[in-house]
Design a protein around this ligand. Structure first.
Ligand SMILES: [Zn+2]
Length: 235
């Protein structure tokens, strides 16, 4: 079998000895594989199973819920992204957001590439700020087909004018045309700019702030983002 292009995006313990490792792969989307002996011996896999590590992994043959790792090799491990708390928090958040929006058993080349670029960004100076974090959210939601228009009303299709609201299911709308949390056309326009700006160009951009798109990820996936609390406490 060809190796999968993968990023480690999470894990859970499995019994005394093993660990379930969650990968985001370009070829098969989100994929959980069993790492035999990963709990019993950390040395066995070195740093290969740490969050944000890029690997090439081959699943063992077989189907079902608990397929094990047949082989795994390092492509690139986070370096600076493990060295300070801001970067660690961003790494955890990026992995969680992108993986959460990825499908299972379907190719996800764009989301995987997005996460790889975000991980590369975390190795650079200055440390990524909220603009980069929001750009990541906007792009991930767009690639997942979730982010609606930020410039036109979901109700009447006309250009947005204040007052506007943002509905988790319905998207942005004139306050008269829809329901949702109040926001502004200026805020939505700033999100639209970040959606369209390459990640590497977001380091110097001002941030519109806020967690609107992060909230959208949570509503869409019906679960809280575990890594958001730490990140929010730092910025
Ligand atoms: Zn309208």
């Amino acid at each position: 079998m060809e190796p999968l292009t993968a990023v480690v995006v999470g894990h859970a313990d499995l019994g005394e000895n093993d660990r379930i490792v969650r990968f985001l792969t370009a070829e098969r989307g989100r994929l959980d594989l069993v790492a035999r002996g990963a709990r019993a011996s950390r040395k066995r896999y070195g740093g290969l199973l740490e969050l944000g590590t890029r690997v090439r992994v081959i699943p063992a043959r077989g189907r079902g819920a608990l397929v094990r790792i047949d082989s795994i090799e390092l492509v690139k491990a986070p370096d600076r992204a493990r060295s300070d708390l801001d970067r660690i928090a961003l790494l955890a958040y990026g992995c969680e957001v992108v993986a959460r929006l990825a499908g299972e058993d379907m190719p996800e080349p764009r989301l995987t590439r997005l996460l790889v670029v975000f991980l590369e960004l975390l190795e650079l100076d200055p440390v990524a700020g909220p603009a980069s974090r929001i750009a990541l959210e906007a792009k991930a939601l767009t690639f997942a087909g979730v982010l609606p228009s930020l410039t036109h009303c979901a109700g009447c299709r006309e250009p947005l004018e204040d007052p506007v609201v943002f509905g988790w299911e319905s998207g942005a709308a004139h306050a008269a045309c829809g329901a949702g949390v109040p926001t502004t056309t200026a805020h939505l326009a700033a999100l639209e700019v970040l959606r369209r700006t390459p990640l590497f160009e977001t380091l110097e951009l001002p941030s519109p702030g806020g967690w609107l798109l992060s909230d959208l990820v949570q509503h869409h996936t019906r679960r809280e983002l575990k890594s958001r609390g730490l990140l929010a406490s730092l910025v």
